[in-house]
Design a protein around this ligand. Structure first.
Ligand code: SAH
Ligand code: SF4
Length: 422
């Protein structure tokens, strides 16, 4: 069986799927017992188009019915099986998972999204926001930890509104605190908080919870109020900057990353300049930068003023070179610092070295003897680059639960907390 789990957030994923299905046709001709399955957002968006364009696909299922896959495969014994539902009825948390990593796990806390950003196809293909019960999340994390997981990343389109559909009030900060009590869990990350819903209670939980890493991904999308309004992001540049200040006041060493779209319809050079000045002002550690692509079922796709491709490309290059310079500057703050990393495996740049990630989500390549994935090492940063750090001495095994330098940097309301005493 070959299963394509698809994404349709940007245009190029669409094109990839149909190209890949073309290759599968040749394989299916010589192996009629091969089962081809297409699932995920693109299947949800394209519905019957997949079977029209690739009639040899055996199963098409959408984003709301992953659990139906075994049944659909059985049905496919007698002919193509197709099932797309419009809403998730049961949170798919009970599904057994096979995880690639023994030490890290992605944990879904909510699915869907209740916002209506005009560029975004997610609400159409993922439906309304549904939160998973806190008890279920905590139990899953406990089981993961019992299996050797030390780091989790909580997933949701707008993690800060987690729980609103359960209790009428957001419960994300409470969830972070509940997970912080899970014995032997070392690191908690989350993605993404929406800036409009990112509040002090979450910042306090980030600062006070031993496990929550000093990194926040806070997607801004654009620096101009005019563009933000046309995107329906529900915050202004000033409100966004206030949120950045709020998190830096509580966690001075926090690393901040973001998502930015270049070439949103109607974006003028003056608007784009405001994105550049915002990037300068915030000094992001890193940014995911995207060229706007019109998506079906979105409001922005109907807007006038689509920006010509060559202008988008040119703005994109100016933005990425500015961000690279800032990332390099931000990374220089780590020179000579002693940092704790979790070993991710051999370095992709040089397999004789290892790679690991700091709590601030910085990738570090370092010299070391063999070390199992998921183990902790303490490194001293001797060289920095825009996208990674290096330690060319030999990393040593950590002594405590957390590197002392980082522990001392945590601060809540002016009070230093030391994780080894928590
Ligand atoms: N829920 C998250 C975003 C998830 S989508 C949030 O609101 O922040 C991930 C990123 O893809 C977005 O932040 C945006 O920068 C980018 N993206 C989404 N739709 C896009 C489009 N039509 N064109 C280009 N980039 C897009
Ligand atoms: Fe899309 Fe994120 Fe906006 Fe939801 S909040 S509509 S997922 S960009």
């Amino acid at each position: 069986m070959v299963l394509f789990n698809t994404c349709c957030i940007r245009e190029n994923a669409d094109q990839k799927l149909y190209g890949n299905l073309g290759h599968m046709k040749a394989l299916k001709d010589v192996r009629p017992d091969l089962r081809i399955v297409v699932g995920g957002c693109l299947a949800q968006k394209d519905k019957s188009i997949i079977q029209q364009r690739a009639p040899y696909v055996d199963v098409v299922l959408g984003t709301h019915n992953l659990a139906s896959l075994p049944r659909l495969l059985r049905e496919a014994e007698t002919g193509p099986a197709f099932e797309i539902l419009e809403q998730t009825e049961v949170f798919p948390s009970a599904l057994p998972a096979r995880r690639k990593s023994g030490w890290h796990a992605w944990v879904s806390i909510s699915i869907g999204c209740n916002n209506s950003c005009t560029f975004c196809i997610v609400p159409s293909v993922r439906g309304v926001e549904v939160s998973r019960r806190t008890g279920d999340i905590v139990s899953e994390v406990q089981e993961l930890v019992a299996d050797g997981v030390v780091e989790i990343t909580l997933l949701g389109q707008n993690v800060n509104s987690y729980g609103r559909d359960l209790d009428g009030t957001p419960l994300f900060a409470k969830l972070l605190r509940a997970l912080d009590r899970v014995d032997r869990l070392q690191r908690v990350r989350f993605t993404s908080p929406h800036p409009k819903d990112f509040r002090m209670d979450t910042v306090e939980a980030m600062a006070e919870c031993r496990t929550v890493c000093e990194h926040i991904h806070l997607p801004v999308q654009a620096g101009s109020d005019r563009v933000l309004k046309r995107m329906k992001r529900a915050y202004t540049r000033k409100r966004y900057l206030d949120k950045v200040q709020m998190v830096r006041d509580a966690l001075p060493e926090v690393a901040i990353s973001t998502d930015i779209i270049v070439g949103f319809p109607g974006e003028t050079e003056a608007d784009f300049q405001e994105t550049l000045t915002l990037v300068e002002e915030v000094q992001y550690d890193s940014a995911y930068t995207f060229q706007y692509s019109p998506r079906p079922m979105t409001e922005a796709a109907t807007y006038g003023g689509q920006v010509p491709k060559e202008i988008v490309q040119e703005r994109y290059e100016r933005l990425t070179s500015l961000q690279d310079a800032i990332s390099f500057r931000r990374n220089q703050r780590h020179l000579d610092a002693i940092e704790e990393v979790i070993v991710e495996g051999p370095s992709k740049k040089d397999p004789a070295r290892l790679s690991g990630r700091t709590r601030t989500n910085k990738l570090v390549h370092f010299d070391s003897g063999p070390a199992p994935e998921g183990s902790f090492r303490t490194v001293r940063i001797s060289k920095v680059h825009p996208h990674f750090l290096e330690d060319s001495g030999r990393a040593f095994l950590r002594a405590g639960a957390q590197a002392p330098v980082l522990a001392a940097r945590r601060r809540t309301s002016g009070e230093a907390t030391c994780s080894s005493c928590n």
